[in-house]
Design a binder for this molecule. Structure first.
Ligand SMILES: [Zn+2]
Length: 158
């Protein structure tokens, strides 16, 4: 049996916060505002794997109202979700992602992000891909006020 999952997320970008994608920090004047560390890509991937397994979503498992998740490392949340997915008998086959932001440029650190996600999700880095897009100067993403991420994944159970 195979199943696909989709995750999507968006965070405001503000001064005084770190800019994180898949556990990799970028030099940036602005970073993601959020209850946790704000790692938008980690959140999209978490929702994708949880959704594919039919296990709920990030908001249900890590409620923002719960002080335990304040400034939480989103890669640890992703790992926690992945453990649940594995416990349900699923194996992750591959992951494909898109990050949309005006700055910083994703490309110089793309392979670091792939390696970071692959390590956390027990995948070969070749099974993880991340593409960078801009907002073409339009809307909150184009104006540098937000970053968005989308992720799709495939799960397999024998
Ligand atoms: Zn988020």
């Amino acid at each position: 049996m195979i199943r696909v999952g989709l995750g999507e997320d968006l965070h405001r970008l503000v001064r005084g916060r770190r800019f994180l994608l898949g556990g990799v920090e970028f030099p940036s004047r602005r970073g993601e505002l959020g209850h946790s560390d704000g790692d938008v890509l980690a959140h999209a991937v978490t929702d994708a794997i949880l959704g594919a397994a039919g296990l709920g979503d990030m908001g249900a498992i890590f409620p923002p109202a719960d002080a335990a998740w304040k400034d939480a490392d989103s890669m640890i949340l992703l790992r926690t979700a992945f453990e649940r997915v594995k416990k349900s008998g699923w194996r992750l086959v591959n992951l494909d992602c898109v990050v949309s932001c005006e700055k910083p440029k994703l490309l110089p650190r793309r392979d670091l992000i792939r390696a970071s996600l692959a390590r956390t999700l027990e995948l070969d880095p070749a099974a993880v891909f991340v593409k960078g897009k801009t907002g073409e100067g339009l809307g909150p993403i184009g104006k540098g006020r937000a970053v968005a991420a989308r992720a799709v994944c495939l799960l397999e159970k024998s």
